[in-house]
Write a protein that binds this ligand. Structure first.
Ligand code: SF4
Length: 260
């Protein structure tokens, strides 16, 4: 991993995501190196030629949040990196930002795959309006290792339980749903005792990640390759249209809170 410290003016930026005022991305790049990463397009703007998941810029800044710009706003941490990636253990950028956020009345959404979030329970418990979203799209750790580098399934399940035990609200993001490979019912069965809500996102593939993912499916799951080609090369929406209805019926039957 090529790690570089860079000086920046601030750690927040205005968001174009519905319902989110600001996003906080303290790192450029992401050691999780997910095969399907939507954020890998960042590479085009960051000047990096290296492959996604092999570089990390650590954003150093003395930026201080001001009450008038912060109060009542909704923050997402993070949208183009994992704010609890393994390098956060050393750099503590996320922890230092939390130390500022606890002084204000903010809505904070933290999205991560990593157990390191548990290090910051002392601060997280002080955020008045916090939701933690943990992403999980399989219970099969071999498949997980093929598509994501950091954070085992067991560590994510443990993280969910610990967060809830500590009184925090956890949403499980069943994402991205890989056609024929993600068993959403198994994930729900395993987690529903703890989780307040589910989010579902279907696998979207763009340029580089499309090539990688289709090659992977062709090599590892050749029996599904034609189905993937229908969805991702011919833009056939039938599979996900049907799956969406099935998920809605399933969640409604179980009385689960969910959204897409
Ligand atoms: S954790 Fe998120 S930002 Fe990081 S590589 Fe995976 S999808 Fe991309």
């Amino acid at each position: 991993m090529k790690v570089k410290e860079i000086e920046v003016n601030r750690f927040i930026s205005k968001s174009e995501i519905d319902g989110i005022d600001f996003v906080i991305n303290s790192y450029v790049g992401c050691p999780n190196a997910c095969m399907y990463c939507y954020a890998s397009y960042m590479q085009n703007f960051s000047g990096h030629q290296e492959e996604w998941g092999t570089f990390l810029d650590v954003k150093k800044t003395n930026y201080k949040l001001l009450k008038r710009s912060v109060e009542g706003k909704t923050y997402l941490m993070s949208s183009t990196t994992d704010c609890y990636n393994s390098y956060e253990k050393k750099y503590e950028l996320t922890r230092n930002i939390l130390k500022q956020l606890i002084n204000f009345n903010v809505n904070l959404i933290i999205e991560t795959k990593n157990e390191l979030i548990l290090r910051d329970l002392d601060l997280l418990k002080q955020i008045r309006n916090l939701k933690v979203i943990i992403s999980l799209n399989t219970l099969d750790d071999k498949f997980r290792q093929d598509i994501e580098k950091e954070s085992s399934i067991n560590s994510r399940l443990k993280t969910i339980q610990e967060l809830v035990k500590n009184g925090l609200e956890v949403i499980v993001n069943i994402s991205p749903i890989f056609p024929y490979l993600t068993d959403y019912k198994k994930i729900i069965e395993k987690t529903k005792k703890y989780v307040s809500e589910y989010k579902f996102q279907f696998l979207e593939l763009k340029s580089g990640s499309k090539r990688k993912a289709l090659k992977y499916i062709g090599d590892k799951y050749p029996n599904y390759y034609l189905e993937y080609a229908k969805i991702y090369l011919l833009n056939d929406t039938e599979y996900f249209d049907k799956l969406k209805k099935e998920i809605e019926e399933y969640c409604n039957r179980l009385g689960l809170k969910y959204y897409f």
